[in-house]
Write a protein that binds this ligand. Structure first.
Ligand code: ZN
Ligand code: FE
Length: 321
């Protein structure tokens, strides 16, 4: 098949997956396939507990993560990207918490696929997200920088288009738990990687990534997928002399031998080894054959070009787990 025909087919497939009911049936089939593959989820997860705040990662489908965020005193809970309602509901029951809201990062079924089913089980459930993305069951549309609280859990939404046109990340202000912040990045930012730019330009994606980079360095990063091993293997391939990459990859390989989760990382770490957050650095620019010097009039355009180039190299880099 020619590259052009392949591209047309890919775009058609993407359209049907993200805009029609066919995508939902495909998602349901993926859930069943993954359940046959892993009886207890794709990864062994450990809750993050800190002074009355609990974040429970839930391993879903082949490599997705949903997160149950719990205020332990009130038992108020919020769930991020519950793509498989029955698994999420089982965790809610085990934890004995009161689910009040869903936070949806984007419309793709592997993130939003459980919204409607959970809403029918918990009729008062609020569903946060962006109406630009036609999030299923949406009750609360959010704008960039909007703050909202669910019980005493306080969040800020940032509008982060790139992977989809309405992608949104959620920042949990955990200061009342004497903890650094937490950001739930969906398919914008992964450990050592970024999502595909399906619906926006590289410049928009760059601006979205920059919004995350404005957060404090000690912010915990909770991504939408367990992609650390393949991402870091790619980064080591393009940047073999980065010691931070080697160090993290060695650790990830050990974790994955036992199917342990590799999340969370921190923003400080990501800034050290994630090339998609380092498009301003000489070393990354050199890898993609670009340069930003004093005469350069549009530094952002060069960075966007670097981001695009990194993304297309990643797309072409075939890595089998
Ligand atoms: Zn996605
Ligand atoms: Fe995804």
């Amino acid at each position: 098949m020619s590259t052009k025909a392949g591209g047309v087919l890919f775009r058609m497939g993407y359209y049907f997956y993200s805009n029609t009911r066919l995508g939902y049936y495909y998602h349901k089939r993926n859930i069943e396939k993954a359940k046959a593959l892993f009886s207890n989820g794709h990864s062994i997860t450990t809750p993050h507990v800190c002074n009355g705040l609990q974040i429970v990662p839930i391993a879903l489908i082949e490599d997705n993560y949903s997160y149950l965020i719990v205020d332990e005193e009130s038992k108020t809970a919020v769930v991020v990207d519950p793509s498989d309602a029955s698994v999420v509901q089982a965790v809610i029951e085990t934890e004995g918490v009161n689910l009040k809201a869903i936070l949806t990062t984007h419309k793709h079924w592997d993130h939003s696929g459980g919204n409607s089913e959970l809403k029918s089980k918990y009729p008062d459930l609020l569903v946060y997200g962006s109406n630009v993305d036609h999030v299923p069951g949406l009750t609360n549309n959010l704008n960039d920088g909007e703050k909202f609280s669910v019980g005493c859990l306080e969040f800020t939404a940032r509008f982060t288009p790139g992977h989809t046109i309405g992608h949104t990340v959620y920042i949990l202000d955990a200061s009342r738990y004497q903890s650094p912040g937490h950001v739930f990045t969906g398919d914008l930012l992964f450990m050592a990687g970024t999502g595909r730019m399906f619906e926006s330009s590289a410049m928009e994606m760059l601006q979205s990534l920059d919004k995350v980079c404005e957060l404090a360095d000690d912010t915990f990063i909770w991504p939408g997928h367990e992609y650390a091993k393949s991402n870091l293997t790619f980064v080591q391939h393009i940047e073999p002399n980065n010691d931070k990459v080697k160090e993290k990859l060695d650790w990830v390989i050990e974790q994955r031998k036992e199917r342990k989760m590799t999340i969370p990382s921190t923003l400080k770490e990501e800034k050290e080894y994630n090339p998609f957050l380092r498009t301003h650095t000489e070393s990354i620019l050199e890898i993609v054959g670009l340069k930003i010097d004093d005469e350069c009039k549009d530094k952002e355009a060069i960075r966007a070009k670097a981001l695009q180039e990194l993304r297309s190299r990643k797309d072409k880099y075939c890595y089998k787990l």
